[in-house]
Design a protein around this ligand. Structure first.
Ligand code: 13P
Length: 290
């Protein structure tokens, strides 16, 4: 059975460990991530963007895949199915499709008031259906010569305003960036994290752009109030590398090396291994129903 992500993230916040939120793209991806969580006895947030949903046809299909995997594989750790960076409309679609958690990303709305209004409405709706909800406060990033050296830094006062709406966890920029980090990236801004934490108390905070942040910085962020770490690109890279290696090693696709089950196996195994490694790094290994 799937759960919402509230309880697991509150436990993580109190216990100073992090829970990985890993993006899924298809059946193999979801199966690999769920397998890692079960093997590590770690709570899990498996999440999907609207783009990855389109690839899989519908949120309903994504939801069925995850629900069925958890049931058929007798998964014993808590698993939440979460919408990643949802629009206002996508939130409604995911509630309908059986997700147990949503993110409304109003950070790109034309003004902060719209973000506040939509978040307030969706908090009520999500909670009335037993779902957890994440919101996001945007901010100023730094770009020079087309290269972003510093990700967004959320305004602590705005974080407080969104927190007061009753969201269950909050994404707030502390210099993090989605995708691979540029060579001149200045690192996470721990002063900003402390300022946000001072305004938001024990509300679990979310670190987006989990790929490529040095482990010591991730651990410091977790120790200082980050409870959910989003990871997407990292698993795509290990999948691509393992698949490329397989193709290189089987140039003529001899011995039915073209069989999709053979072709996708190394990538699937790479996702399991990397997810397990990250669970150890975030400290969620063995935390199960903590
Ligand atoms: P990365 O792709 O940088 O890991 O970011 C993932 C993320 O933040 C999803 O919301």
């Amino acid at each position: 059975m799937l759960v919402n992500a509230t309880q697991m993230l509150q436990s993580a916040e109190k216990g100073h460990y992090g829970i990985g939120a890993f993006n899924t793209n298809n059946l193999e991806w979801a199966d690999a991530i769920i397998t890692a969580a079960q093997e590590k006895q770690s709570p899990l947030i498996i999440q999907c963007t609207s783009g990855a949903m389109k690839w899989q046809v519908s949120f309903k299909i994504v939801s069925e895949i995850v629900h069925q995997l958890v049931e058929e594989k007798n998964v014993t750790v808590p698993v939440a199915l979460h919408l990643d960076h949802g629009s206002y409309e996508a939130c409604f679609a995911c509630i309908e499709a059986g997700f147990t958690s949503i993110m409304y990303d109003g950070s790109h709305e034309e003004n902060f008031q719209t973000n506040l209004d939509h978040t307030a409405e969706l908090v009520k709706l999500a909670h009335s259906k037993g779902l957890s909800i994440e919101a996001e406060v945007g901010g100023i990033g730094g770009t020079e010569d087309g290269v972003t050296a510093q990700g967004e830094l959320a305004d602590p006062g705005q974080c407080r305003q969104i927190a007061d709406l009753g969201v269950d966890f909050l994404a707030c920029g502390i210099g993090n960036i989605h995708g691979l980090y540029p060579a001149n990236w200045v690192g996470l801004n721990f002063d900003r994290l402390a300022a946000i934490k001072a305004k938001t108390g024990d509300l679990p905070l979310v670190l987006h752009g989990g790929t490529g942040i040095p482990a010591d910085q991730v651990k410091k962020a977790i120790a200082n109030g980050v409870s959910k770490i989003n990871v997407n690109t990292d698993l795509q890279v290990v999948f691509a590398e393992a698949t490329a290696k397989y193709v290189k090693e089987h140039p003529g696709f001899e011995n039915k090396a073209y069989d999709p089950r053979k072709l996708l196996k190394p990538g699937r195994e790479a996702i399991v291994a990397r997810t397990e490694e990250l669970m150890d790094e975030f400290g969620s290994t063995g935390k199960g129903w903590d």
